[in-house]
Write a protein that binds this ligand. Sequence first.
Ligand code: C2E
Ligand code: MG
Ligand code: MG
Ligand code: MG
Length: 289
Amino acid sequence: NADLAMYRAKEFGRNNLQVFTAEMAAKAHEKLQLQEALREAIARDEFILHFQPQMSLASGRIFAAEALLRWQHPQRGLISPATFIPLAEETGLIVPIGDWVLRAACRQAKAWQEAGLPPLIVSVNVSARQFRERNWAARVAAVLAETGLHARYLELELTESLIMQDLAGAIATMHELEAIGVHLAIDDFGTGYSSLSALKRFPVSRLKIDRSFVEDIPSDPDDEAITAGIISLAQKLGLRVIAEGVETEAQVEFLQKSGCDEIQGYFLSPPLSSRDFQALLQGCDADGV
Ligand code: C2E
Ligand code: MG
Ligand code: MG
Ligand code: MG
């Protein structure tokens, strides 16, 4: 890749070559710096979780929260997971970071229960590298025991690509997790590659329809057809289905009409700090606690 960039740069002449290489060096340096900072971030207590509510369309009740990781970088401020998760995956740092996320999410869910809030399911994103760790299901069980959270209040979000990388191994781990009592969901459903015959074998309880299909509803009839198709597939397989990235009333109407069970998205609320999320649950003004 670097060679290709050089070759392209050469086509532009000598000065450009210098510009390109300086730029590339700066990029590489920045990445290295970020990687070093990421290595320190757990010890420095720089990670936080935000929580985004999920609502049942039938009851209007908030029954779950997705835990979404943020990095409070001392100089750069709040960094989104899209920026640092790929780097964390590349370096393997996602394993200790993912452990931190799982523990923090379980601890928070337990703390809300102890504060007297109605019990919620906390949903945690899992990366492939993490999922493939030896005895991962046992590690999940250990975190539940340590935090005192009952397994039925934890859901793990897996992607199709994670599962398809090693189908037999993934299904085995999923069965171990199912035996512990945690829920499993397929995140970003419809964007990955998984055959319907494979899907039938996944011990999952929910599909999360990817935001990209919901985005252009109601203006794009193809996206409406895909979304309605996923909903009816889920129903036929006996799975619950949630739409991600729901932003408008028109989308809610379409989803309701199509038989979607649940929604998540800015229409309800963006991801919130634990404090603001708790205030939302208690039905008071987020700033008024
Ligand atoms: P995801 O799991 O699909 O999470 C949903 C993303 O959509 C979140 O982005 C959320 O803030 C955003 N979102 C929710 N509702 C709306 C909406 O109505 N409109 C729009 N435009 N966006 C909405 P976020 O928090 O930036 O996370 C991005 C991705 O990073 C996540 O996608 C997930 O794949 C990954 N991620 C986040 N936290 C973790 C983590 O703890 N571990 C791992 N492995 N991955 C994580
Ligand atoms: Mg997710
Ligand atoms: Mg998603
Ligand atoms: Mg995702």
